[in-house]
Design a protein around this ligand. Structure first.
Ligand code: PEP
Ligand code: MG
Length: 754
């Protein structure tokens, strides 16, 4: 790159601009000039709007000129959005296959594989992103990055001035651009990723309330008989039992009795009896169902108990099914196979039903996704995005929808071109079979240091992948999942069955059960009655277990029994003091004694450890190593509580920094203490699979990582490229920084490889 010449020319542009208030011509000239100096096929400028936190493509040389003003990215979205969010250059050799790549149909970006984006910033103000793209093999190197950064910083001043002038001359310019017709807006929906993957299929819009209201308010000109009603009841029961069986078959651990409430009501003498009485008195069966059903719904809805209130949904669902069977319209309701479900409300149990009926993808409209709802969708392998576009609920049924769970978007009735693009992207994703071929049984760094890769398991379905990809143990079993997706508390026998499967499949490899991590955003409606003001800091995790000892003890007993022959570890979440750990350990000891007395087979020496998720652990860590036998750093919560930043709140995502100096130093302290005192230490939060942090983690002495099994191959490959001496030096350097910006730069040097 002809660096000096490039800078000189930008200075010229600055002069040029002084005589003009036309930002567009300035930007157009800039992209022409930067593209030609850097010998790039594409140069684009995106400008950032602070109010709606969106980047808009404002000028391009090389991409479809029609896309100017139309391509918009949220902060952090796509490689371009990422560069601005993380305020660092993003350099990719194969952009389209990067997990952060965001595809836009019709701009023809996919033709250029090499990608370089640098943020345009002025002081702390985010201005935009300057992007270069080249065809395959013409990689960008460090000198390109340096030159482009210099160009971006010069541009920052110019654009800042230009914006000011533009605002003076064209005060309504921005607003006009945002206005788009409904149909145009509905073609491409920007949303948030909840579960990765692509899905394409006809839409089924589920709006339970609307379905019910329509059924209840229609006129019934045909008079049905009592026999018709009984047939409908029998048919509904049969369907529900069949559904129950399907869920049980597919997801034995999570299934439980999702339809239990439906079936209990359906078989309730009073419910059916009251309807029959009305029919016998001459009322048309649909009206009789409506009258009694509405009474039941009102009774539950006004009960003042959240568990009972949740049951209202079950009755609604039951009424829709029953009524539809009576009117012979049931088929319309249950066709989820291969379809994209657009819905307003989604419970974990709904997800299970959709998965068992093989829905291909989900668009959740206007809902909030708790971290665990999206973890569940991922475990079930259902691509899911969340959108605020309510108009989606009014789309005609069967409208073809493409769900892009990688970028968090949905396309309504996508063109052939878009579909082709996604098909090839889909093919480029490594299938499990391909990953199996590439993965090695053991993981080592470049210099031969052995690293253990364990798996995080949410549902037994994850374990299959983990086993096929040679995971060396389960580092975190999130035991709350079966509790969350069920509608009642699983008893000891049910838990024993699930835990036994886990131990059996791991064949003697370490299995780390985390005890119930309930509370926060994972509430059990059947258990948590009062709404907490501040649930993240409320009755949760180990505190919940210690206040609900019978529930806790049942879980511990099931674990001890299931792990009789296993390398069993029991880990307590969110422990805040040694006292709390001792209380939890006491419960385990009591269970051990009780099982011994009862002569029930069980594991007599489980290892007991804690999750390091709260900052208050750090200063006590040496003392903790005398009590707990192992530690696992849950970076997701550790960062959240260390920095006081909600891990699920997008508005503060920019402050959620794994590389905050305090986080790094605290982690180092914990790891060093555990290692010095001969206690096993692992990392099981998301940092364990984020490649840019691997040198740091290995450099401070972490040798066990526990991660979502989908990342096993990727992390193994990344580790094989790391030299331990270099990693240690990198970690030292990162630990010496006090400023986040310096840390970002050190991270960049690690990330951008030549
Ligand atoms: C964590 O906090 O890092 C962790 C692994 O636990 P969870 O994500 O389930 O809260
Ligand atoms: Mg946690």
């Amino acid at each position: 790159m002809d660096n000096e010449q490039l800078l000189y020319d930008i200075g010229q542009l600055n002069n040029l601009f002084r005589d003009s208030a036309n930002i567009q011509s300035l930007l157009d000239k800039t992209v022409e000039m930067v593209a030609s100096h850097t010998r790039s096929d594409v140069c684009s400028i995106y400008l950032y709007n602070n109010e709606n936190r969106e980047l808009v493509l404002r000028a391009t040389r090389g991409l479809n000129p029609d896309s100017v003003g139309k391509i918009k990215l949220k902060l952090g979205q796509g490689l371009t959005g990422l560069a601005l969010k993380e305020l660092r250059p993003v350099c990719e050799k194969d952009a389209a296959n990067s997990p952060n790549f965001k595809f836009f149909p019709g701009i023809f970006e996919e033709r250029y594989e090499c990608f370089l984006a640098v943020p345009i910033v002025r002081g702390i103000s985010k201005i935009g992103v300057l992007v270069l793209q080249r065809k395959k093999g013409q990689y960008f190197d460090k000198s390109d990055i340096t030159a482009l950064e210099a160009a971006a910083s010069q541009l920052a001043n110019i654009i800042e001035n230009a914006r000011f002038l533009m605002a003076m001359h064209e005060p309504h310019g921005e607003e006009e651009e945002v206005k788009t017709g409904l149909s145009e807006k509905l073609k491409f929906i920007k949303g948030k990723v909840a579960s990765e993957g692509f899905a394409y299929g006809p839409a089924t819009i589920t709006n339970k309330k609307k379905n019910l209201a329509m059924l209840l308010h229609r006129d019934f000109d045909y008079t049905y008989s009592l026999d018709d009603f009984h047939t409908a009841v029998a048919k509904t029961a049969e369907q529900l039992e069949e559904l129950q069986e399907q869920v049980g078959h597919k997801l034995s651990d999570a299934a439980s009795l999702i339809f239990a409430a439906h079936l209990v009501i359906l078989k309730d003498r009073h419910f059916v009896g009251d309807i029959v009485k009305l029919i016998e008195s001459g009322i048309n069966p649909p009206l009789a169902i409506k009258q009694i059903g509405t009474q039941y719904m009102e009774g539950f809805a006004t009960s003042g108990n959240s568990y009972m209130q949740e049951k209202t949904q079950d009755i609604e669902d039951l009424l829709v099914r029953l009524m539809s069977n009576l009117l012979s319209e049931a088929e319309e309701l249950d066709k989820f196979r291969g379809r994209v479900i657009i819905t307003r409300e989604l419970l974990p149990s709904d997800l299970l039903i959709l998965s068992s009926e093989e829905a291909s993808g989900i668009v959740l409209v206007g809902g909030t996704v708790t971290s665990h709802l999206s973890i569940l969708a991922r475990s079930l392998g259902i691509p899911m995005v969340v959108s605020d576009t309510y108009e989606l609920l009014d789309l005609p049924s069967n409208t073809p929808i493409l769900v892009d769970g990688e970028a968090g978007n949905a396309y309504v009735d996508p063109s052939d071109e878009v579909l082709e693009r996604f098909e090839s992207q889909q093919k480029a994703r490594h299938t499990l079979a391909e990953q199996k071929l590439s993965i090695k049984p053991v993981t080592t760094t470049r210099d031969g240091t052995r690293i253990n890769l364990f798996a995080n398991i949410n549902l037994l379905a994850d374990l299959r992948i983990a086993c096929e990809l040679h995971c060396e143990g389960v580092g975190l079993y999130r035991s709350e999942f079966p509790f969350m997706v069920r509608k009642n508390l699983p008893n000891e026998a049910e838990q024993f069955t699930i835990y036994s499967k886990l131990c059996e499949l791991m064949k003697g490899k370490p299995v780390t059960f985390r005890t119930l991590d309930m509370g926060g955003d994972k509430t059990l409606s059947y258990y948590h009655d009062a709404r907490e003001q501040n649930p993240a800091l409320g009755l949760r995790s180990i505190r919940f277990s210690l206040q609900n000892k019978p529930v806790f003890a049942r879980q511990i007993r099931a674990m001890l029994r299931a792990g009789a022959e296993a390398d069993l570890r029991i880990m307590f979440p969110m422990v805040s003091s040694i006292d709390e750990f001792c209380q939890a350990r006491e419960v385990v000891f009591d269970c051990l004694e009780e099982l011994g007395k009862q002569g029930i087979e069980h594991n007599r020496k489980p290892k007991l450890g804690i999750m390091v998720e709260l900052p208050c652990i750090v200063d006590l860590i040496d003392d903790f190593t005398k009590e707990a036998e192992f530690f696992s750093i849950g970076t997701n919560d550790f960062i959240q509580f260390m920095l006081g930043v909600d891990r699920t709140n997008e508005n503060v995502a920019g402050s959620y920094l794994p590389h905050h100096p305090s986080v790094l130093r605290a982690m180092k302290k914990v790891v060093r203490s555990a290692n010095q005192n001969g206690r096993e230490i692992s990392v099981c939060g998301d940092m364990a699979h984020q490649e840019q942090y691997l040198p740091f983690l290995l450099g401070i002495g972490v040798r066990i990582l526990s991660l979502d099994p989908h990342y096993l191959l990727r992390v193994q490959k990344a580790i094989s490229g790391i030299d331990l001496d270099e990693a240690e030096a990198t970690a030292e350097k990162m630990l010496s920084h006090t400023k986040i910006n310096d840390l970002v730069q050190t991270l960049n040097l690690n990330t951008v490889k030549d």
